[in-house]
Ligand binder design. Sequence first.
Ligand code: NOJ
Length: 710
Amino acid sequence: MNNSELSALLKDMSLDEKIEQLIQLHGGFFGEVGTITGPAAEFKMTGDQPYRTGSVLGEAGAKRLRELQDKMTAAQPHHIPALFMADVIHGYKTAFPVPIAIGSSFNTELAEKIAEAAAKECSAAGVHVTFSPMVDVSRDARWGRCMESPGEDPYLNSEMAKAEVKGFQGDDVKKPGRVAACAKHFAAYGAPVAGRDYNVTEISEHTLYEDYLKPYRAAVEAGVKLVMTAFNTIDRKPCTTNKRLLRGILRDDMGFDGVVISDYNAVGETVIHGSSYDKRDAAVKALSAGCDIDMMSDCYLSGLRAAVQSGELDESLIDEAVMRVLKLKNDLGLFENPYKDGSEEAEREIIFSKEIQELGRKAAVETAVLLKNNGVLPLSISQKIAVVGELCDSPMIVGSWSIFADRSRTVTLKKALETLCPECDIKFFPSDNADEASEYAKGCDAVIVCVGENEEHTGESMSKADISLSEAHNRLVEAVSGVNKNVVTLVFGGRPLGIARADSLSAAVLEVWLPGTVGCLGIADILFGRENPSGRLSMSLPYCSGQLPITYAMYKTGRPKPENTGFIRYMSNYMDVPNRPLYSFGQGLGYSEIEYSAVRLDKDVIGRGESARASVTLKNLGERDQLEAVQLYIRDEKSSVVRPTRELKGFKKVLVPAGGEVEVGFIITERELEFYGEDMRLCAEPGDFKVFVTRDSLGENCATLRLEGG
Ligand code: NOJ
């Protein structure tokens, strides 16, 4: 349809029809047509009204969705097709490593491929829109949803956001295998006070713009089709009724012209927040603020008609929102083909294809982070090995938002090792009983200890006040390390955990996150040296919860304590732990050592509109090819507002062949130097900048670049 056809359609729709387009219900509303029970009855819906609504949440499966679409288009007076939206966060039937792990790959091409594979699988199952990518910057491991985000850094999250939007949507979302993406949760959902999910945020204007808004802006620039509002408040206003946020920042400033959808019952929850008087007030506020679709509250359903009739709400606002929904349906080609790619044949052909499984295995290799290795890794198949801990044979390592993943296909670490190393002398003890585990560990050449959290301990609403490894897991590592000095600790989980004790007792530590359906095959590849790990931490691992929130990009204080000294009174530091985390953002090892040359700048001074190139030569001192995540950080030495000690401004993952050398360069323009100034405008101020090209956020390899000009 062209725009005038869409306008004609809109003009012909009744007010009720239009409001119904703005309502999203979950699958439980769709029983027998005409029999209203359960949730539909609670929403006081009548007749076939659920079938006339504009979109459905959380349903997938080609057969089911084709049938549902037939009923919905038949019920809708203008036969407007419904949109099927679902949470396909890091895979559909095949789960890939969780997003915090994907962030740790520092590989945007990989992130794009994963999104593309997820889109292929779920679009074959009839899904049109995925509620992904989640791009919230998260610096607080107490917040269970940090699992769903690429990490702590605005730049990394922005690059991942762009890659994923591209991977889901391609260059034309109508094309086969593509789904519309939805960036969430707008805004700053990753900064709940005290790490408690759904809690309020308290962030300054500078922090909001400088740290939290950037990844959403990147997603908008990449053409994301939808944006989801967040549950939290910003500056005391719930995001879903926050006009300044949705119309001012998202639409006017960022130029977003797609669909804004609320989070689940977020419109209704503004009544519970106490900032809307009742459902009708909530509906008026949310729609006026710019929220087009009401996901799973009955506010729009019960409130909008009366608000228009009383003159409280201008119908043109409803028209505007409906038009955006119709445009999205049109962009997806649903008026011509309401099922899009959904077919049972496509499901059979695409889901669990060999190509997708191989990607899942490779993804685990690039997302696992080797934090420590005294040489015990890689293991050799001639060694006698024990593998202990319940997590070594747990299928609960897929991720809590992998709601469609087929758990029967989960390859546990035990299964992976048995499949890949049948000739190896490996004993498994899939239990956390420390005393018995140490019996297994005795007399082995090395022992792999699986600790951390399974998927039920991270994710939405799974906040923790204490992120330490459990007592049982600390005891397990202690007991095993008492009888075997070659302890390889594998840390599972969706958040940075407090592993300081286990780390000090281990010869090697590998952060494997929640690796997904077949990820343990990749982990086994790493353990036995068939693959070389190349992940880098996308979130810093603190010593303890008291350091949270934490990031490498801490703001400069007036009383900085020199690194590597003990506690100094009247300086900004802790008495009991260092300021730095146990492992900082960007850290991670491979099996080959990579030597960095000093940073070279092609110019020491640039003027306005000019650029400089910073480069290093990497030399692989090892015997294996190594994928290296080279990181560019910049520190603004003096500025009108206080700036972080350094900020990530670029990264490249490059292959450095064994014994070989590779040159890596980054272009630095004013864009890399700018920040929000005193007047909240983006500016780059003249002066000196330290340019670091390093292996991680701690590296000191740098040169000074001067920006000149007024
Ligand atoms: C609530 C979650 O916050 C959001 O991320 C998700 O997409 C929706 N529910 C829909 O399931």
